[in-house]
Design a protein around this ligand. Structure first.
Ligand code: PLP
Length: 401
């Protein structure tokens, strides 16, 4: 199967892409290749391979190529480049598309290490960044400069889950000669038609739902036809590469991703509704749920069958940080930790105002981030009940004062 077979249903593509067809006699999965050196039988063969990706294992092996093909088929991309982490996929892409003197429009709700890269290496190299409101839509035209080369989107936003109007932003970006780069980790390669929405490069922390089992770090850069050579050139110069074992883990995760997302989505909706009904909770940040901020745009641009299990909850200002910590500590099934997208549930206190240039004051109430995993949802609700009871046993802000 290759990218021309994009007409097959998503779940079919995830199970068949990147492996041999019906006429193949042998194992279902492509071989796990552990390699550095590639040997050639004679000088003529070496000569012939020179300049291709088959010459050295940093460029490709059968295992990494199978994963690249499967990811291209999943998202409808022209090319895929695999990196050792989600963050390195972002930094590699930005280095490929920006040069000294260029300007970057970065969504203010981006993953914080992305912001640190803008303020660090990009700034040092004479590339300026302006942070924009995730809800700006077509209004981004006011921020475009003649040297704006990349508009970076991340939707829903990190920690606060704002849904961006990507088609409106992409129309303005393209008219101004910029390309649109997306951190698409929340959507996964199958949660939306990224390239049809106007995204030129779609980046994933494959660490999350693609690997899906919390046992490897990886990034994936998926590009359209026009940008693939520019991005690959920088990718090669930086020496980016992944190992065969990790590629095999990611491929194994990808095969079941559609099925897993269906469970994450159903359970997440139940948990989101339950949270919404707790008196201490002011707002649940989960765009797939009807009535939440961003739901209308989400419904327009995302595929409802593949929503993921990551959400936020904002408490009333009367709730103390101490109470939230108690809730988190008392749950038994929700692990405390960064990252997400594995099979297990996670919970984390968040403080988005520390990572914002715009509207920082909007996000100062205590907040949670939850990843709803594949446990039975009844057990998760019972666990959260315990947590909320513990929260209620502690004094509120008014009672402390
Ligand atoms: C986790 C994450 C990353 C970084 O991925 P790593 O593999 O941890 O480097 C980037 N963007 C988003 C939105 C993430 O959640």
């Amino acid at each position: 199967m290759n990218k021309h077979e994009f007409h097959l249903q998503t779940a079919t593509r995830l199970t068949h892409a990147g492996r041999k067809g019906k006429d193949h006699h042998g194992p279902v999965n492509p071989p796990l290749v552990r390699a550095s050196t590639m040997l050639f039988p004679d000088c003529a063969a070496l000569q012939e391979a020179n300049g291709t990706r088959r010459v050295y294992a940093r460029h490709a092996t059968e295992t990494t190529m199978a994963l690249e093909q499967a990811l291209c088929a999943a998202e409808g991309a022209a090319a895929c480049m695999l990196t050792p982490s989600g963050l390195s996929a972002i930094t590699t892409t930005l280095l490929a598309l920006l040069k000294p003197g260029d300007h970057l429009l970065m969504v203010d709700t981006t993953y914080d290490p992305t912001r640190q890269f803008c303020e660090g290496l990009l700034k040092q190299n004479g590339i300026s960044t302006t942070y924009y409101d995730p809800l700006i839509g077509a209004g981004i035209s006011a921020l475009m400069q003649p040297n704006t080369k990349v508009v970076f989107v991340e939707s829903p936003g990190s920690l606060t889950f704002e849904v961006q109007d990507i088609p409106a932003i992409a129309t303005v970006a393209h008219a101004g000669g910029a390309v649109v780069v997306s951190d698409s980790t929340w959507a996964t390669p199958i949660g939306w038609a990224s390239f049809e929405l106007g995204i030129d490069v779609s980046i994933h922390a494959a660490t999350k739902y693609i690997v899906g089992h919390s046992d490897a770090l990886m990034g994936a850069i998926l590009t359209n036809e026009a940008l693939q050579h520019r991005v690959r050139d920088t990718y090669k110069q930086l020496g980016m590469s992944i190992g065969g074992d990790d590629a095999a883990l990611a491929l194994r995760g990808l095969r079941t991703m559609a099925a897993r997302l269906a469970v994450h989505r159903e359970s997440a909706k139940v948990v989101a509704r339950w949270l919404q009904s707790q008196p201490e909770v002011a707002e649940v940040l989960y765009p797939p749920m009807e009535g939440t901020a961003g739901h209308e745009l989400w419904k327009r641009d995302f595929r409802p069958e593949y929503a993921c299990g990551l959400m936020g909850a904002v408490f009333h200002r009367d709730v103390t940080k101490q109470q939230v910590a108690e809730l988190i500590d008392r749950t038994r099934l929700f692990g405390i930790g960064f990252s997400w997208g594995g099979y297990e549930s996670l919970i984390l206190p968040t403080c988005p105002s520390n990572y914002r240039t715009i509207n920082a004051e909007k996000w100062t109430a205590p907040m949670l981030r939850l990843h709803v995993g594949l446990e039975a949802v009844e057990d998760l609700l019972a666990d959260l009940e315990v947590g909320f009871s513990a929260l209620r046993a502690l004094p509120t802000m008014a009672q402390v004062a």
